[in-house]
Design a protein around this ligand. Structure first.
Ligand code: C5P
Length: 404
C-alpha cells in the first residue's frame, strides 16, 4: 500500500518530535517516498539535518530562505509540496497548529501547505493532557474531523511533564496502520465523476419565525460528500439547515425548504453522473405560510395547520433520468421495511436504495453510526453491520462506482 506513495510528514514543536524520526524511517522502509516539512518550533526539538538524512530529501521549514535561492520557483514551493503529496500526515500536531488549521491561518510553510493541499490530511494531536482535554482543543479537533481530516486517536499515559492522561503520540506502527487505512479509503476511483449529493432536513415555513422540520442532522449526506471527494469525485452538496462543517474539496449549496432544494437540484442534476438523495425532504409543507407571526389568540385553544404535498424530487429525477445517470435514494421505514424499500426503488426508478431503520440502536438521525441494508435494481438486499456513517458512505460508493 505504501510502495511508491508520496508521503509528506509535517512536524510541529513538541517533545514527541523525536518519535517521528522512526516514523519517517519506517515509511521509507515500507517503500514510500517521504518528504518532511517542519515548523520553526519543531527544529528546536529535532534538527532538520536528522530528518533530511532519514528522508533522503531536503527538509523544508523556512518559507523565505528557499524562495530567495532561485528565481524560477519563487512562491511555488508550498504548491509544489501540496501537489506532490498523496497524503499529508502532521505528527506531532501541536495545539497551536491544530488551532491554525481550524481557522485557516497560514503563517509558516507547514500550515500553508496544509491549506493548499487536496490530498488526505492526517493529524496526530499530541500535547500535554490538560491542553488536550481543553474544550477549545477538542472543539477544534471536532471541526477538522467534520471537514474530513483524519484524526489519529491520541494515547493515554505519562507525559514528559509527569502528568498522566490523553495526548500522547501513538507508537510508529499504530500511525502507519492508520495511514494505510486512510490510503485505502482514498483510492481515486471516482476521479472525473460528478456527484450531486443532498443532505439534512428541510424547514417548511409556518410563519416568519416557525417551521415544520425533522430531526435529520445531515451527517449521512455529509459523510457521503466527504468520502466521495476523497475518492476524487467532483462533489456538489446541496444541504438543508445542518450545523456541520463543509467537507474539504466539496462545493456546498445551502437551502432551506423542499421547494428550494428541488430548484437547486434541478440546476445541478443534468451534469451529474450520479445523484444521491440523502436529504430528509419534507413530504408536506404548510399550505399558506403566514406573512407575519401568528399571534396566540386568547380564546384559541387549538389551531389547524393545513398541509400540502411537496414535490418528490427523487421521483421527478427518476422520471427524466439521463442515460447512464445513477440515482440513489434513502428510505426510512418503520413497517414492512424491505418490501416498501424495494417498491420505492421501482416507483422512483432508482439504481440503489439505502434502507435504514429507526428501530435499530445506533442507527438514524443524530448518530455517528448507521445500520443499513443496500438494495439494488435486481432486488438483492445486503444488510451491513453497524458501522460509522463514513464507512457506510464508502460501502454505498463502492456499489455506485461499479454502476458508473
Ligand atoms: O418516499 P420517501 O420520502 O420515503 O423517499 C425517501 C427518498 O426520497 C429519499 O432519498 C429522499 O431524499 C427522497 N425524497 C425526495 N423528495 C421528497 C421526499 C423524499 O427527493 N419530497
Amino acid at each position: 500500500m505504501l510502495r511508491g506513495k508520496h508521503i509528506l510528514v509535517g512536524v510541529t514543536g513538541g517533545i514527541a518530535a523525536y518519535k517521528v524520526c522512526y516514523l519517517v524511517r519506517e515509511l521509507r522502509k515500507a517503500g514510500a517516498d517521504v518528504k518532511v516539512v517542519m515548523t520553526e518550533a519543531a527544529t528546536r526539538f529535532v534538527s532538520p539535518l536528522t530528518f533530511s538524512a532519514l528522508s533522503g530529501h531536503d527538509v523544508a521549514s523556512d518559507l523565505w530562505t528557499h524562495q530567495q535561492s532561485t528565481s524560477s520557483d519563487i512562491g511555488t514551493q508550498h504548491i509544489d509540496l501540496a501537489y506532490w503529496a498523496d497524503l499529508f500526515v502532521i505528527a506531532p500536531a501541536s495545539a497551536n497548529t491544530i488551532a491554525k488549521l481550524t481557522y485557516g491561518l497560514s503563517d509558516n510553510l507547514l500550515t500553508i501547505v496544509a491549506l493548499a493541499s487536496r490530498c488526505p490530511l492526517v493529524l496526530a494531536p499530541t500535547m500535554d493532557a490538560d491542553m488536550y482535554i481543553n474544550p477549545v482543543t477538542q472543539a477544534n479537533v471536532a471541526k477538522l474531523r467534520e471537514r474530513g481530516c483524519f484524526i489519529v486517536p491520541a494515547e493515554e499515559g505519562e507525559h514528559a511533564s509527569g502528568l498522566r492522561g490523553p495526548g500522547r503520540l501513538p507508537e510508529t506502527e499504530a500511525i502507519i496502520r492508520f495511514i494505510v487505512g486512510v490510503l485505502d479509503k482514498s483510492t481515486q476511483d471516482l476521479r472525473g465523476k460528478k456527484l450531486l449529493i443532498t443532505a439534512g432536513p428541510t424547514y417548511e415555513r409556518i410563519d416568519p419565525v416557525r417551521f415544520v422540520g425533522n430531526r435529520s442532522s445531515g451527517k449521512m449526506g455529509f459523510a457521503l460528500a466527504t468520502a466521495a471527494a476523497l475518492r476524487g469525485a467532483a462533489v456538489t452538496l446541496i444541504t438543508g439547515p445542518a450545523h456541520l462543517e463543509t467537507p474539504r474539496n466539496v462545493t456546498r449549496v445551502d437551502v432551506e425548504s423542499a421547494a428550494q432544494m428541488h430548484k437547486a437540484v434541478g440546476i445541478h442534476a443534468k451534469e451529474a453522473d450520479a445523484i444521491i438523495m440523502a436529504a430528509a425532504v419534507a413530504d408536506y409543507r404548510p399550505r399558506a405560510p403566514a406573512r407575519s407571526k401568528i399571534k396566540k389568540g386568547r380564546d384559541t385553544e387549538s389551531l389547524m395547520l393545513a398541509l400540502q404535498k411537496t414535490p418528490d424530487i427523487l421521483q421527478s429525477l427518476g422520471q427524466k433520468k439521463a442515460r447512464g445517470q445513477i440515482l440513489v435514494g434513502f428510505a426510512l421505514e418503520t413497517e414492512h421495511a424491505l418490501r416498501n424499500a424495494r417498491e420505492k426503488l421501482r416507483r422512483k426508478n432508482l439504481d440503489l436504495i439505502v434502507l435504514n431503520s429507526l428501530a435499530d440502536k445506533g442507527a438514524g438521525f443524530a448518530a455517528d453510526t448507521n445500520l443499513v441494508t443496500i438494495i439494488d435494481r435486481k432486488g438483492n438486499a445486503e444488510k451491513l453491520p453497524l458501522m460509522s456513517k463514513f464507512d457506510v458512505a464508502n460501502e454505498v460508493l463502492n456499489r455506485l462506482g461499479k454502476l458508473l
